[in-house]
Design a protein around this ligand. Sequence first.
Ligand code: ADP
Ligand code: 5GP
Length: 193
Amino acid sequence: MSKRGRLFIVSGPSGSGKSTVLGEVFKRRDRLYFSVSATTRAPRPGETDGVEYFFLDEERFDQMVERGEFLEHARYAKCSYGTPRGPIEEKLNAGIDVILDIEVQGAKQVKARMPEAVSVFLAPPDLRELERRLRSRGTESEERIALRLETARSELREAEKYDYVVVNDDFRRAAGELLDIIDRSEETEPSKN
Ligand code: ADP
Ligand code: 5GP
């Protein structure tokens, strides 16, 4: 029987660089599946439905919640976000590793349901740099940046609960560290399922 894939949770405050670091990880690794989440937030310029996210209205999102179609879901910065369960089970059963890019409440839910998942907290070098990155991205209003920074303060306190903490100082270096974690997990005991 082929080995089941492993589940990796990458979490951390908005603007810490999760998308950037994961972009680099996926450039260097083929056999890895990025879990596309559903969200009720509006697409940013350049985002495509079904690629970065499935963009849903609140009604459709609630319908998926009621049908139990999410592995986890949470409210974040006045919007809903959720991880569709189906594709993840499919990939893990096919022996393919899966990466989730989700915030801390969702990470907690996944770890409770699947304790064998490997959790990684991607931290910014400090709060000033986090603020600078959020502003430089230019995708949120000042009000939304303030809300994300406020949330970041409590999210940073959760870092110690993760299996690993990676500081995103240089994104290529951070991607290398994440790949090392993935490779190291492959060598340890396979998930019991
Ligand atoms: P997240 O997905 O965690 O919200 P992003 O990947 O969108 O964060 O990164 C936020 C901003 O910070 C982007 O403008 C990105 O280009 C920039 N950024 C990401 N990593 C670094 C880094 N190591 N050094 C400097 N800027 C970075
Ligand atoms: P953004 O709006 O900047 O794309 O994402 C905001 C936050 O939501 C980020 O911390 C991101 O990791 C998180 N997120 C994205 N998808 C999901 C998901 O499916 N579930 C949860 N709980 N958080 C998610």
